[in-house]
Design a protein around this ligand. Sequence first.
Ligand code: AR6
Length: 191
Amino acid sequence: MGDTQGNNNADSMDGQVDERMTAVLGDITTLDVDAIVNAANSSLLGGGGVDGAIHRAAGPELLAECRAIGGCPTGEARVTRGYRLPARLVIHTVGPVWRGGRKGEDEALANCYRNSLALAAQHGAHTVAFPAISTGVYGFPLERATAIAVRETRAYLRDHPEIERVMFACFGAHAHNVYQAELGRVARQDV
Ligand code: AR6
């Protein structure tokens, strides 16, 4: 009431975008989505954390396909099949190592989200799940990373209706709380 027609349209479109993002508590390898994103390292040859969990759940064929790709620079993304995972695709992206916040970490992390979503869309994925990239071994502060993850995903979804749903897989109650708070915060904003 009292808003211009333009504002009403913008509000309803933002609402629709916000409804397409959810924070879910648990292991990303169990999610029944078209594509899961892996927080990999630049070798793409596996590691600990979510990367290790994804390789274990997908099986050895995943490592063979990754080996053939030959690596991936920080901020970029590469796609493989999902093998034994419920997800058809794995989007491998390499987050920045936290070095205090003035070495381009924010922009590199934003690139991970943008490039992963673009690659997922290019490969026909309608549903995508992300882990909290860089917030484990790579040491990126969780609140700051979450704000970037939500901001970049929201901007992408606004322009790309083909990505119907994005889930943020939160490994633990603390991460889940941080994501839910950030999703609530942006949903209350007008822009
Ligand atoms: N499902 C969802 N999230 C998970 C899972 C899981 N199964 N396991 C861990 N997490 P990390 P990074 C969360 O360390 O910081 C690897 O060795 C975890 O709690 O996996 O980007 C790679 O090979 C954290 O919030 O990734 C690289 O060398 C988030 O996933 C390096 O670690 C990311 O933590 C990448 O470090």
